[in-house]
Design a protein around this ligand. Structure first.
Ligand SMILES: Nc1ncnc2c1ncn2[C@@H]1O[C@H](COP(=O)(O)OP(=O)(O)OP(=O)(O)O)[C@@H](O)[C@H]1O
Ligand SMILES: [Mg+2]
Length: 243
């Protein structure tokens, strides 16, 4: 197992956002995380990446307990995350945004020149247009911003990539392209855990799916098993999902 989340609970005041959740991710796997709005999906990824500390429970990454490590240390260990509501540096250009990750990421210290080269490589890999490398982030469209988010995560050289609704706002064709890219990244050796609301995408790309509802894990299994699980149908899907 690359990642083991054990009995994790997170409160926000009186609200229990994540309740006693246990989830494991195998090396090389694409694990899908789904559930209704407010189910605790983003909170769970934020706990794994160190944005939040859990009130109870532990997180192990490559058999090491990382629960109390800082966000920065967790990133250097090899976990990268994209944010559902990214707040980047609007005045920076795409290339500079990705360079920051290359400079501060997982365990290597490139020079500025090397970081620029790595940033360009990561942006090219995710299909970012070369002609827009120096355009400020605030002037990019949705798909271009999504590509820069992914490139930033990749530039930190993660072993585990956490994606929070990376494909939200994309057209179906762009979504298909995102699926290809996510598979390619996994095939190159990066384990992936991803939140996604578009069923067609998550059912298609995931090896295994975990379903949260109201902070609790209510189901876990192959896309087929989860798509026909009665509890998942009543709380989330509405009807059986045919693969
Ligand atoms: N920083 C916070 N402070 C207070 N409450 C929070 C905070 N972050 C999340 N919550 C609450 O915790 C619950 C779970 O939120 P979370 O964002 O994890 O859900 P989600 O499954 O990602 O939902 P969505 O599909 O809408 O993104 C919600 O009730 C949310 O309002
Ligand atoms: Mg969310």
């Amino acid at each position: 197992m690359v990642l083991e989340v054990k009995n994790v609970t997170k409160h926000f005041g009186g609200l229990v956002a994540v309740k006693d959740v246990t989830v494991s991710v195998r090396k090389g796997e694409i694990l899908g995380l789904v559930g209704p709005n407010g189910a605790g999906k983003s909170t769970l990824l934020n706990i794994i990446s160190g944005v939040y500390k859990p009130n109870n429970g532990e997180v192990f990454f490559n058999n090491e307990n990382i629960t109390s490590l800082s966000l920065n240390s967790i990133c250097k260990k090899g976990i990268a995350k994209t944010f559902q509501h990214p707040q980047s540096f609007p005045g920076l250009c795409a290339c500079e945004g990705v360079m920051i990750s290359a400079l501060h990421g997982n365990g290597h210290k490139p020079s500025l020149k090397e970081a620029r080269h790595e940033a360009k490589e990561c942006l090219s890999k995710v299909g970012f247009p070369e002609s827009k490398l120096n355009v400020p982030l605030k002037n990019l469209n949705t798909i271009e911003l999504r590509r820069t988010q992914l490139a930033r995560a990749l530039a930190s050289r993660p072993d585990l990539l956490l994606l929070d609704e990376l494909t939200t706002g994309l057209t179906p064709t762009e979504g298909e392209e995102a699926i290809r890219l996510i598979r390619q990244i996994r095939d190159e050796g990066i384990t992936i855990m991803m939140i996604e609301h578009v069923m067609r995408i998550i059912m298609n790309v995931s090896d295994r799916i975990v379903v949260l509802d109201n902070g609790e894990k209510i189901a876990e299994g192959s896309p087929k098993e989860v798509g026909s699980d009665e509890r998942v149908i009543s709380s989330y899907l509405g009807e059986k999902y045919h693969i």
